[in-house]
Ligand binder design. Structure first.
Ligand code: ZN
Length: 270
């Protein structure tokens, strides 16, 4: 029971962060001031949202996807971002169950798990913002990238994993593989933003999982590319942003990277 209650709370914590992220993405894209502390308002009627219109997921469903004051339709993408972030936080909680017990009174808190949960919750929040922003604008803004790199450096130092040598190797791979592609293609295949994102992923994962991340991302990218070409939604010249595939690959790597790597390695030795 306590676990169920806690799971719901963690999900809504994630959904609230998702709600915040969609506002951040909107404001950075429209170059609005007050990225963090400004009041939320309806982009159509410019009225400030009432607090009861700000409950993640619930408000959207109650208002049937419309502004509570002028009735303008609100894109379901906002609801989607809230649900996705909520599910992400919940999955992270199952991976790092920092509070476990039969009842809330006898709950014991595991500080190491809480720290892991917190850092990975921060990383995935950045990933969600980068995913939707890059998909929309084909750019990754510096205001996401440099704080993310800073958080990953602090996170890896705090968690003590991956090792320093592993991170250095991963950074070298990122520099050669992504830096090389940018130089060779003069920035046509990959943008500078993808490069900085790759550095952050290298710091999070260390070289083995970072390589896993890259393989998954290119695999997803290839599937998407083939699907777009087959359905004639794109030609060979269409520029598809790579950032969304990198973060999607990173999320898969967080949850399944170790298993995928073990699977690969066990098949290799047979
Ligand atoms: Zn409105």
């Amino acid at each position: 029971m306590a676990t169920l209650l806690l799971s719901i709370l963690i999900f809504f914590l994630g959904a609230s962060v998702g709600s915040f992220l969609s506002v951040v993405v909107y404001r950075i894209e429209k170059k609005k001031s007050g990225i963090i502390f400004g009041h939320s308002f309806c982009p159509s009627c410019k009225k400030r949202l009432r607090s009861r219109d700000l409950v993640p997921i619930v408000s959207y469903l109650m208002l049937r996807g419309k502004c509570g004051q002028c009735g303008t339709k609100i894109s379901p993408i906002y609801l989607f971002i809230e649900i996705v972030t909520g599910l992400m936080f919940l999955s992270l909680y199952f991976r790092y169950p920092f509070l476990e017990s039969a009842s809330l009174e006898s709950a014991t808190l595991s500080t190491p798990l809480l720290i892991s949960f917190t850092f990975f919750a921060i990383y995935t929040s950045f990933f969600v913002a980068i995913f939707f922003y890059d998909l929309k604008t084909k750019k990754i803004p510096d205001v996401f990238l440099f704080p993310l790199i800073l958080f990953t450096a602090v996170g890896t130092l705090t968690l003590g994993t991956p090792s320093f040598v592993s991170v250095l190797l991963a950074l070298a791979i990122a520099a050669v593989f992504f830096g090389g592609q940018i130089v060779v293609s003069k920035g046509k295949w990959l943008g500078e933003g993808d490069f900085y994102l790759a550095l952050a992923l290298a710091i999070i994962f260390g070289w083995e999982l970072f390589v896993t991340n890259i393989v998954i991302s290119y695999f997803l990218g290839a599937i998407m590319g083939i699907a777009l070409l087959a359905t004639k939604k794109a030609t060979k010249k269409t520029a598809i942003p790579f950032g969304p595939f990198l973060v999607l690959g990173a999320i898969i790597t967080i949850f399944f990277g170790q298993d995928l790597m073990n699977l690969y390695l066990s098949n290799l030795t047979i």
